[in-house]
Design a protein around this ligand. Structure first.
Ligand code: AMP
Length: 371
């Protein structure tokens, strides 16, 4: 049973599962609207805890901690995908959880996710479910080489993935992936990678940011730029795919969909995330309403804002030691720096990001700048 009647008005308490940078930026957006956030995370001194009102540091399956948390917040959401579904169900007995755990269940598992896309008429790269060496061999024979074997669950930023090239021995690959269930998918010879972020409210109203064009390095997002270098018809089709998925899932919150553009101009869905997304960080500085505020508005049952963009923008992730560039970045007056409060700059760790804005300045602001 839902404890709070919607909307949760400003002054209310939003519970967020996960203490990473997405939770941090969501809590900052929530604070701007007068909300307080309570973070639930197993980690001490998490980036989100640094800016939130309260933090419960407990394991995601600590039932007593989950019940105590539910009693203290008006609505709950998540910024991290690998929360046990059972835990969200426990919380949902006491308060609204937005988006529903049912959506997370689809997004957590590549087999369910790809089946979902295909069932609602969205294309993916050819793929097969695999459970052992025999089904792997069969799958590779069917989708062809090069292919990628991915764990069905718990993969992110390219972890849990092995590429299968012309001569890769399959016995070795199955042994190394160390999973019960995996998917094999054909390697897509894409020309671009896009992502679409759709916000959807309790009343079914939706607003999408225009597609971003993304570049990855070693499977980790390196850069997102808007506008994407695609035809407006393709941008409309990409947004339509994201909206369609969000509607069928009945998302309340944010849904991010990652898309490959093939040489033939087809859109193939890669994966989705029912939460704010790294490829939407540019919206913080370039849009009327950013993805984190849309997220908070949707979760609390408020009207959505406009996703319109003021100017062109390019977002770069600052990974590991790249964070030391902050001094140089700040010398550029059109760079907006966001640091996540992490101490340990381990290789590849997302320490912050910078968005380079490219506004078309008017005559008055040019005159003032030259003063
Ligand atoms: P994922 O964890 O599935 O989002 O994969 C991370 C990145 O690896 C993607 O954004 C792509 O750059 C690359 N990748 C994943 N799957 C494929 C594929 N089937 N074909 C080509 N590149 C892929």
């Amino acid at each position: 049973m839902e404890k709070a009647a919607f909307p949760v008005p400003p002054g209310g308490i939003i519970g967020i599962f996960g203490g990473g940078q997405l939770g941090r930026m969501a809590a900052m957006a929530a604070a701007r609207l007068g909300y307080r956030c309570h973070i639930f995370t197993p980690d001490t001194d998490s980036p989100a805890a640094q800016v939130a009102m309260t933090t419960t540091v407990a394991s995601y399956d600590d039932i007593d901690a989950l019940r105590a948390f539910s009693a203290k917040v008006d609505v709950a959401t998540f910024e991290f995908e690998n929360i046990p579904i059972e835990s969200l169900r426990v919380v949902a007995e006491q308060i609204p959880v937005r988006p529903s755990w049912k959506i997370l269940k689809v997004a957590q598992d590549r087999v369910r996710e790809k089946t979902f896309f295909n069932t609602i008429g969205l294309r993916t790269a050819p793929w097969r479910r695999v459970v052992d060496q025999e089904t792997l061999a069969q799958a590779v024979a069917e989708v062809g080489r090069p292919a990628i074997l991915k764990t069905a669950r718990f993969g992110y930023d390219g972890k849990g993935q092995i590429r299968i090239d012309a001569s890769t021995p399959l016995e070795d690959v199955w042994h190394r992936i160390n999973t019960e269930v995996g998917v094999v998918e054909a390697v897509v010879d894409f020309t671009r990678e896009l992502s679409v972020i759709v916000a959807r409210g309790v009343d079914g109203a939706w607003a999408a940011f225009e597609p971003a064009e993304n570049r990855h390095k070693n499977s980790v997002l390196q850069m997102s730029q808007v506008p994407a270098r695609i035809h407006s018809r393709m941008a409309v089709s990409a947004v339509e795919a994201g909206r369609h998925a969000a509607e069928v899932l009945d998302v309340v919150g944010i849904l991010a969909v990652e898309i490959f553009v093939t040489r033939e101009g087809q859109l193939l869905m890669n994966e989705m995330a029912p939460r704010p997304h790294n490829s939407g960080h540019w919206t913080l500085d370039a849009c009327v309403t950013d993805q984190f505020e849309q997220f908070i508005r949707a979760v609390c049952g408020l009207p959505l804002g406009s996703p319109a963009r003021y100017c062109d923008a390019e977002m770069l992730n600052l990974l590991g030691e790249e964070v030391v560039r902050w001094r140089d970045i700040l010398k550029n007056p059109f760079a907006r720096l966001h640091l996540y409060g992490k101490d340990d700059a381990r290789p590849g760790r997302k320490m912050g990001h910078v968005t380079h804005l490219k506004p078309r300045t008017g005559k008055l602001s040019r005159d003032i700048e030259q003063c």
